[in-house]
Design a binder for this molecule. Sequence first.
Ligand code: ZN
Length: 291
Amino acid sequence: MRLGAIEAGGTKMICAICDENGNIYERMSTPTLTPAETLPAMHKFFEDHEIDCLGIACFGPLDLKKDSPTYGHITTTPKLAWQNCDIVGYFSDLGVPVGFDTDVNGSVTGEATFGIARGIKNVVYFTIGTGVGAGILCEGNLVHGMLHPEGGHVLLTKHPDDPMEGSNCPFHPNCFEGLCAGPALQKRWGVPGKDLTEREDVWDMEAWYIAQALVSYTMILSPEIFILGGGVSHQKRIFPLVRKYYAQFMNGYLKTKQLEDLDSYIVCQSLDDNQGLLGAAIIGKNALEAK
Ligand code: ZN
């Protein structure tokens, strides 16, 4: 089966041809400019490759309601050029079934199909990078609800030593994304995250915030594993710190085999940053099978 996949991100769009076994045969990447500048090259890529279906895992917010007149659109994104972009409609003339979901639901699908969460039915995947988002698999199903989870905007208690006034989110003075995404790090410390790799205090505070969010997600969703991806996941030193604060905040309240082994409970993405793309391919395959 030839599965077309798009991982639509805020900085770049990745298009690929995959198969149902997690192989990626060809890929093309293009910067995310405006739809008029970016989409034609992506369309051309799929015109040039025969595909059976297409899956799109996209930055949001998105309209995922199949019965909505604006199904398949990117909606109120702060990336203004992409507001109300009918990204699913743009590819409909390829004549193949098109699956559509959030970027992070793509990633959790990738990890649950091919990666570290294979065979696990309750999984929370966080991307912590330019923004923060959560892809949620609950009893084997992707969670959408009234819209889709916006897992980066859960509210956190501010660290008493946080030097940043408010947060970096225009909507919330103390949300996960506003406190933990890359731009928040830059705002807090005055330099980009990549120049902060040696600063223990930076990652200690970052981990303190991430652990708070994870504890809340544990209480509400009871996931069997947490996977962290995005730029922050490349800071390997953060994982022991997140586990340490997670245990501290949990304070022994729950006893499960997962919580006895936090090294296996809070883990790094396992697919070399291909989890979103491979998940998009599976979302496309699911659309084909639903036909
Ligand atoms: Zn927010």
